[in-house]
Design a protein around this ligand. Structure first.
Ligand code: NAD
Length: 271
């Protein structure tokens, strides 16, 4: 019961594949009360039954681009809870047509929209949550390695993740004196509604599993365990950090020998 009595706002649940759902369940199992708004009317019918399973509150539409809906959510939390201990930011969006091909072809409109939904929302959520975190708090955002290095097809979402990770550091610096910690989990790839929009995702998952030091892909249990730690007092001295939960992928500099041999053989055959 690492989160006993804590009140945590979980954003980004779309269905039972969502990383946010795994984290919501883990937090609930560990004693937290959960607020679980949804981002779009299309997902309401999937989110409501999940929310019921864990007795989540504030199951209301909250599109992060809609200031009235953001106001309504935080007014309701202030009125009924008067307090928050944690916020999970698990929100990302970009035009699927631009998550394939060249980053150089990104349009101005999609660049701005991707940054607004996937990055500014963290700033907005954190600023609104901070006054409710009267005993300190923990904000956790989800990012991906494509924010550190270029990854084929990830394109403008990679640029958004760089900005998200940088925002984590700036927010941590702003809010540390109020005992509010801000961290990111850099999760390995996993199939979800959002990730299926990235071109070539299935192939990336196959290859990734062969490339990580642990020789497998990250699981929902891996990411929810890390989130549990970051929401709990066990991580009381950690802020401004991007914590990799990717089976070690980011620590490697070259594909493993097994893969290298297969690739070299194929290259020789194709000559
Ligand atoms: P998901 O599709 O389950 O979650 C994405 C969520 O963003 C959805 O719930 C969607 O409703 C919400 N959203 C989109 N636009 C919104 C808006 N305008 N207002 C409010 N909510 C909005 O997919 P996921 O993979 O669980 O994504 C959660 C987070 O994890 C994202 O930030 C994603 O980039 C990140 N991430 C995913 C992977 C992966 O491989 N799946 C890896 C690393 C990081």
């Amino acid at each position: 019961m690492l989160l006993k009595g804590k009140k945590i706002l979980i954003t980004g649940v779309a269905n039972d594949w969502s990383m946010a759902w795994a984290i919501a369940q883990r937090a609930h199992e560990n004693g937290a009360e959960i607020a679980m708004p949804y981002g779009h009317p299309n997902v309401e019918k999937r989110v409501r039954p999940l929310a019921e399973k864990i007795g989540a509150k504030f199951v209301q539409e909250c599109n992060v681009q809609n200031d009235e809906q953001m106001d309504a959510l935080f007014d309701a939390i202030k009125r009924e809870w008067g307090h928050l201990d944690g916020v999970l930011h698990a929100i990302a969006f970009s035009d699927k047509n631009e998550l394939t091909g060249r980053y150089a072809d990104t349009t101005r409109e999609n660049f701005k929209n991707t940054m607004d939904i996937s990055v500014y929302s963290l700033v907005d959520l954190t600023r609104r949550a901070a006054p409710l975190m009267t005993d300190g708090g923990s904000v956790v955002a989800l990012t991906y390695y494509g924010g550190e290095k270029s990854v084929p097809n990830y394109n403008v979402m990679g640029v958004a993740k760089s900005a998200l990770e940088s925002s984590v550091r700036y927010l941590a610096s702003d809010l540390g004196r109020d005992k509010i910690r801000v961290n990111a989990i850099s999760a390995g790839p996993i199939l979800t509604l959002a990730s299926s929009a990235v071109g070539g995702m299935k192939g990336l998952l196959r290859l990734n599993a062969e490339q990580t030091p642990l020789r497998r892909n990250m699981t929902l249990a891996d990411v929810s365990g890390a989130a549990l730690y970051l929401f709990s007092d066990l991580s009381s001295g950690v802020t401004g950090e991007t914590h990799h939960v990717d089976c070690g992928y980011n620590s490697t500099g070259m594909i493993p020998n097994e893969l290298k041999e297969i690739l070299l053989k194929k290259l020789d055959e194709d000559k």
